[in-house]
Design a protein around this ligand. Structure first.
Ligand SMILES: Nc1ncnc2c1ncn2[C@@H]1O[C@H](COP(=O)(O)OP(=O)(O)O)[C@@H](O)[C@H]1O
Ligand SMILES: O=P(O)(O)OC[C@H]1O[C@](O)(COP(=O)(O)O)[C@@H](O)[C@@H]1O
Length: 393
């Protein structure tokens, strides 16, 4: 594993030196293991693989370090700020044994509830010395704030983030866990849409996929399914006139077609101008807009749409085998990172090597599809989309 520009937690280093003179850190940690109390929390929306991460962290702590005090914090940051209302559960080697077989998070994932000072109080009160934060850029931003607050108090706690995003929109790291699973499920749904569309004269299957700000799921699923004629992503603005022309040309050629659209695509046509309580933009429904617009457009010629919105089905499925392997790797490396006293960091793969980076870097924004990239242009080519919809003009 590689550490990029990261100092070790000074508090932990000082203590180790004070207690054990010049013993190497690894040995110090082995001697300190009796005092380790770990906790893991899952924040934000669901994503395939959360249970694999919880299990991987628990098993690594249990078997590699002999840690027996492991808490699953329930309901995201709510459970850290207010553990009396959201009591933690004990994680053991036994009660996590088979949890990777199902989707979701056994400790529940949630938004809201972040309060750095209250969380520091509770970390002290519960005696937590190692904390794993599983969540997206928002969670890791909050994780950075928590690291700063803990540092000010000189709390002996290692805070290590494991970035999560079904949209694969986490910056700097190669990919997020769960993304491959989402693409596999989304491709399957796209093929269902093909069955409907192609079993009807002038049928148009529309599949709306997750991706508020980044179109990786739609792009990869469209490319992988290899039956899509139009893919729309948030990073590429399109004119409805060009969309309708492409629909007409495709139907004239094939008599049916399939559209994969990311939920954040085409917001210029459906913008609500509103934000929710947590400050996130409320997106207009591009899927329903496309369905209604195309139904109106196709009615005179006898065509129709088949609209599928599988969002929560996709993110609630169990993890695929390769993705599970990635989760185990991330979980193990997160544990090794924390047990060496690093804090305020996230772990993830860069060029397929698991690295740790300061959490504040992960929180600097969202990764986006680049319209000029070979991935997007490859998707455009696979879908046989015209230049006007390619994002190049
Ligand atoms: N700027 C912020 N300041 C404080 N807490 C935040 C901030 N952004 C996110 N959080 C906390 O992290 C949680 C998860 O963030 P969110 O953006 O909803 O999902 P994700 O982690 O998947 O990006 C939020 O509900 C909130 O508790
Ligand atoms: O309905 P919820 O739970 O607010 O979540 C919806 C959003 O979460 C996402 O799945 C993204 O979440 P992550 O990238 O953090 O996994 C979006 O694609 C979707 O719009």
């Amino acid at each position: 594993m590689i550490a990029i520009g990261i100092p070790r937690s000074p508090e932990i280093e000082l203590k180790a030196e004070g207690s054990y003179g010049s013993l190497p850190c690894w040995a110090c940690l082995l001697l300190e293991l009796r005092t380790v109390k770990a906790a893991v929390v899952t924040c934000g929306g669901l994503c395939p693989g959360l249970n694999s991460i919880i299990r991987g962290v628990t098993k690594c702590l249990w078997h590699e370090y002999g840690v027996r005090e492991i808490l699953g914090i329930t309901a995201g940051y709510n459970g850290l700020s207010d553990p009396d209302s959201h009591p933690p559960i004990k994680l053991t080697e036994e009660n996590v044994r088979d949890i990777h077989m199902k989707g979701g998070s056994i400790i529940k994932a949630a938004r809201g509830g972040f309060d750095a000072e209250k969380i520091c109080d509770n970390l002290q009160r519960l005696g937590i010395t190692v904390l794993f934060l599983v969540g997206g850029d928002g969670t890791q931003f909050a994780g950075h704030l928590l690291y700063e607050a803990a540092r000010k108090r000189r709390l002996d706690v290692s805070i290590v983030g494991i970035p999560k995003s079904i949209d694969n929109d986490v910056v700097l790291f190669d990919r997020t866990f769960g993304f491959e699973t989402a693409v596999a499920k989304a491709s399957e749904v796209i093929r269902n849409a093909l069955v409907e569309a192609s079993s009807c004269d002038r049928g148009v299957g529309i599949v709306k996929l997750m991706g508020r700000d980044s179109g990786f799921v739609a792009m990869h699923a469209a490319t992988a399914a290899d039956v899509v004629d139009l893919c729309m992503i948030p990073e590429v603005n399109v004119k409805m006139k060009d969309v309708l022309e492409h629909v007409d040309a495709t139907l004239a050629r094939k008599k049916y077609m399939v559209i994969a659209v990311a939920e954040g695509a085409g917001q210029e046509h459906v913008s609500t101008g509103k934000k929710d309580d947590t400050g996130h933009t409320i997106y207009g429904d591009i899927g329903v807009f496309l369905k209604d617009t195309l139904n109106k457009h196709l009615k005179p010629s006898g065509g129709r749409t088949f609209y599928i919105d599988p969002s929560y089905i996709i993110r609630s499925v169990p993890i695929t085998p390769n993705d599970h392997i990635y989760c185990v790797r991330l979980a193990n490396d997160a544990v090794h990172t924390a047990m060496r006293g690093y804090t305020g960091v996230c772990v993830g793969a860069m060029h397929n090597i698991v690295c740790m980076l300061p959490s504040r870097l992960i929180a600097t924004g969202k990764k986006k599809v680049r319209p000029h990239s070979s991935s997007w242009q490859g998707c455009v080519q696979t879908c046989n989309m015209p230049a006007a919809l390619s994002g190049l003009f």
